[in-house]
Write a protein that binds this ligand. Structure first.
Ligand code: PMP
Length: 347
């Protein structure tokens, strides 16, 4: 017998490229603007000596700020190292049964990686040709449900009515609603957590709050589910979030004015980009996110992706069935997008 048999082997998630040279970076849905000046202030004022000690394991100050901002109680909020960490903890906590969990075939590709690594059985449900979910597909016997709303990489938002229907009809499993992009459009399911005991909503500061580098994610849910999540977190790693991240997250959430300003700028640029793309013959579903998932008129997405890259413009291309004729273009600043269209027109 070889030790190979004892090794947990997985096909890892492939993150978008993070080139170390300066490029126009439209490939990983980051915010093109700086984080709130209050974040810089909080980091600058941080007591370096305090780093000798472990950070607060319950992250009380950040949890309280989030609860206050969203009108929830502290015991309805969980925080983690980006929403990837939060989602991973949710998979580990809520999907321990034998029945397959379900999620769409075209969605955040990390879901099947977590399912694999935790040995959770899963079944993917095809979106229709318009990239919409069919609600009745989700009303079935299952071990859990995961829906990204708005969805990635499609950018399509489902109505709150549809999300509520899925939550309501799945009382014997947990429904996770991944709202990584909700600040850019779409209707949040956060209100459902006071109405149903089987729903968890996850969020991130990576996109709309310009803090991808800090790794801050959070979840809302009924207190009982948040307790289950914390029990698992404390059984894996109690000190997940570091001190600078705790301070930065609190400062970012408290600066609502700045948040609104940069979010509105991204949305305005997105709407302008939609017009430009349409004029060039690209087709796409209406995006409620900080990216547009568009099909070039000739379907030559891969070639365009490569040519853009030669010009130091990075977008995301997925060489996967059903979506290999699309490009996912993150929304940059107006200047970056002008340059993008200039090069795109030449191609
Ligand atoms: N959910 C979705 C749908 C995403 O696109 C992303 C970004 N890759 C995440 C979660 C994770 O984001 P983060 O870990 O930066 O919070």
């Amino acid at each position: 017998m070889s030790f190979e048999e004892n090794i947990r082997k997985v096909v890892p998630y492939t993150p978008g490229e993070q080139p170390q040279k300066k490029v126009i970076k439209l490939n990983t849905n980051e915010c093109p603007y700086s984080p709130s000046p209050r974040v810089a202030q909080a980091i600058k004022e941080m007591d370096i000596d305090a780093l000798r000690k472990y950070p607060d394991p319950v992250c009380a100050s950040l949890v309280s700020s989030l609860a206050k901002y969203y009108g929830l109680s502290d015991d309805q909020v969980f925080v983690g190292v980006g929403s990837d960490d939060v989602l991973s903890m949710c998979f580990l906590t809520f999907f321990a049964g034998q029945k397959p969990i379900i999620f769409p075939d075209i969605t955040y590709s990390f879901y099947e990686v977590w399912a694999d690594v935790y040995r959770i059985p899963y079944k993917v449900i095809p979106l229709n040709d318009n990239f919409d979910i069919n609600v009745s597909d989700y009303i079935c016997d299952n071990g859990g449900v995961v829906i990204a709303n708005p969805n990635a990489p499609t950018g399509v938002a489902e109505s709150l009515e549809n999300i509520e229907e899925i939550v309501k009809k799945n009382q014997s499993s947990i429904v996770i609603v991944d709202e990584a992009y909700i600040d850019f459009g779409g209707e949040s399911a956060v209100g459902l957590i006071n109405k149903y005991d089987n729903v968890i909503v996850t969020r991130t500061m990576s996109k709309s709050r310009a803090l991808a580098g800090m790794r801050i994610g959070y979840a809302f849910g009924p207190a009982k589910l948040i307790k289950y999540l914390n029990d698992v977190k404390f059984s894996v790693n109690s000190y997940t979030m570091n001190m600078p991240a705790l301070l930065a997250g609190k400062a970012a959430i408290e600066d609502d004015e700045y948040f609104t300003e940069i979010r509105d700028k991204v949305v305005a640029t997105r709407e302008w980009c939609k017009k430009e793309l349409k004029e060039l013959g690209f087709t796409f579903r209406d995006s409620k996110t900080n990216f547009i998932f568009a099909r070039p008129p000739k379907g030559n997405a891969k070639e365009i992706f490569e040519k853009l890259k030669e010009n130091d413009i990075y977008v995301r291309y997925f060489n996967k069935p059903r979506i290999n004729e699309y490009l996912r273009i993150s929304i940059g600043t107006d200047d970056e997008m002008k340059k993008f269209f200039e090069v795109l027109k030449k191609i």
